[in-house]
Design a protein around this ligand. Structure first.
Ligand SMILES: *Cc1c(COP(=O)(O)O)cnc(C)c1O
Length: 338
């Protein structure tokens, strides 16, 4: 089998193995390595009816030195625990999460794209409630799975800006709801808005806070940041998913001499940013060309010529250099797969 590394998108490509672990009778079992892509599930499993599902997303990169690096998996492990606690599922131990990631990447080593391709191996841990129940209560049994799939470079024609849209008739997550957890239900809640945004030619929805529609929340499945006066500004909100990419960018921005502010960002402030971006594992940074506020008949333009801003580009290059082993990892963010 030879994959065309330069032309794989962000889809599902079958790999050799997935890893699983089940929780039964109050304890997690041994890891099981499977070749089968399918699950056998009871039709009354809580994940199917009451949405007991959490997931994670991280990547492994083939470095300039040929070594494979996984980025900040301890953070994903901790966030999955937080998501589990948020919807009353059994948290998976952090050390075993990391062990499972390294194991599944190693088993599927041949699917880690070569350095030159700019592609990477996407790692998708997930957990579901599996016990058969009809009444609404947390499952007693859980299944933890990690599968991997190679994904192409996010920017095919190079680092590029795209437009976003504010659609006030949709909310993603309530202020005291599940927005801070990485759960499938949040995505189901956002699909209609996503479809609408795409049909209007935008890359994603730009969400405001659900309660007052006054503050910025996030952009589709990515956090927002704006740059002005040598300052990196990102929303503080009880309905935003704590992005590990955003957390990393805040550290890098500080170390580049920028100020960093994490606080509520009122919508009017959009007009004051010199640059803006959406950040997450998939793209690292997706620079924002403009945000159209259709209800208010307004447009916030960050990049009139369509080119990414200089600070966005600098941050993007810096994080990628660490991920691909081109620069020393002074933060201890990467783990080499031996
Ligand atoms: C996963 C996710 C992000 C990005 O988080 P990263 O850890 O940077 O990949 C942002 N927003 C939402 C809603 C997400 O689900």
């Amino acid at each position: 089998m030879e994959l065309d590394w330069n032309n794989i998108g962000f889809g599902y490509v079958k790999t050799d193995y997935n890893i699983r672990c089940t929780y039964q009778n109050g304890e997690w079992g041994e890891f099981e390595v499977h070749e089968d892509e399918y699950l056998t599930l009871h039709m009354a499993a809580t994940c199917l009816h009451y949405g007991q599902e959490v997931f994670e997303g991280l990547k492994a990169f083939r470095g300039v030195d040929g070594k494979i690096r996984v980025f900040r998996m301890d953070e994903n492990a901790k966030r999955m625990q937080s998501s589990c606690n948020g919807i009353i599922m059994e948290p998976f131990p952090v050390d075993r999460f990391q062990e499972a990631v390294l194991k599944v990447v190693k088993l599927n080593e041949r699917f880690v794209p070569p350095y030159e391709s700019g592609a990477s191996l996407y790692i998708r841990p997930l957990m579901i409630g599996t016990s058969a129940q009809v009444g609404v209560k947390p499952s007693r049994e859980y299944l933890f799975i990690i599968f991997v799939t190679p994904v192409g470079p996010y920017f095919k024609g190079g680092f590029q800006t795209t437009p976003y849209v504010i659609l006030r008739q949709y909310d993603r997550a309530a202020p005291l709801g599940t927005g801070i957890y990485k759960v499938g239900g949040n995505y189901a809640a956002g699909l209609a808005a996503d479809e609408k945004a795409h049909s209007l030619g935008y890359s994603a929805v730009f969400y405001l806070d659900a309660k007052e529609k006054k503050y910025i929340d996030e952009c589709g499945a990515a956090n927002f940041f704006g740059i002005k006066n040598n300052t990196y500004v990102t929303p503080k909100s009880t309905s935003v998913l704590p992005s590990i990419t955003n957390k990393s960018l805040m550290t890098l921005a500080r170390d580049m001499g920028l100020k960093v502010e994490q606080r509520p960002v009122p919508i009017e402030e959009l007009s004051t940013f010199e640059e803006a971006g959406a950040c997450g594992t998939a793209a690292v940074i997706s620079p924002i060309q403009r945000i159209d506020d259709l209800d208010e008949n307004k447009s916030y333009v960050f990049s009139p010529d369509g080119k990414p801003g200089v600070i966005c580009e600098k941050l993007y290059k810096k994080i990628r250099a660490i991920q691909y082993g081109e620069e020393p990892d002074i933060y201890g963010w990467t783990t080499i797969v031996e």
